[in-house]
Design a binder for this molecule. Sequence first.
Ligand code: CP
Ligand code: NVA
Length: 316
Amino acid sequence: MKHLRSLVDLRIDDFNTIMDWSHKLKRLLKQGKRPDLLKNRTCALVFEKASLRTRVSFETAMAQLGGTALYLTGDAGWRQRESIGDFVRVLGEYCDFLVCRAFSQSTIEELVRFDSVPTINGLTDDSHPCQALADFLTIDESAGGKLRGKQLTFVGDGNNVVRSLIQGAAMTGVRFRLACPKEYQIPESFLHQARALGPLDFDQSDDIRKMVHDADFIYTDVWTSMGQEAENESRKNAFGPYQVNSQLMSLTPRTCKVLHCLPARRGLEITDAVIDSDQSLVFAQAGNRLHAQKGLLIWLALENGYTTHDQIDRLL
Ligand code: CP
Ligand code: NVA
């Protein structure tokens, strides 16, 4: 059974296929076409943390592809009424997909161990693969399909989003730079694993100017991720100089675009002037979550025998 625990579960070909289908599904939607490739299929969602984009884009993706999504709330008893193993084995009797947003990556690993339903990581403390798929879709669109060699500079915390972006950079040939205080940078052990996915052009430094001056895309995210609230004050101090504001943007090429996975803390990691500027792709990026989830769901459907290449080619 195929799952998406992180981008490590994709080969470069799979990544490109998901991108290709996501682009096609986006074009079709613009023409008013919603191919029902997942007719009568169901996707359960169980989330340990808040979500707007991930939840709504998966629910909408399932509906537009002819299927149904089930958002499970507290009364389903996640971690309360029965073991994770029993929970996921039961879901496997009913559902075709499961999207889980968890604190710990080990929760996703545990779900997958039972191999009872194709499972998608909807964000953990370590990774956010669905976000990265939408981000590379956005970069690819903005770069007119020529994303290889483009420079993506992330300014801020070396967090879950960054880790998935680094894995994606290894698979796409995007040059990745991280401007980040030393104590929040990415450890070599993670980079070593990412290099196994493809040739990775990576550098990180607390020298912001050096990291941003060649950027085609500047990306930022909150300084305090969900679950780190106790560190809020120390993080505000550490990341203060890393705010993406007009002054920072003046250090980048004029053509540089701005990305943010959202939700944003306006006035902290990014200013209104930048997020609402002409250089910002932030809302198109959020929109691309829908198209990327669809591409991913179709790929998982194919890999798990729910559909065929012929059917996909006929409908896309
Ligand atoms: N970017 C993102 O994953 O947003 P949500 O937390 O709202 O799902
Ligand atoms: N790094 C953020 C991403 C939210 C989509 C968090 O984990 O809270």
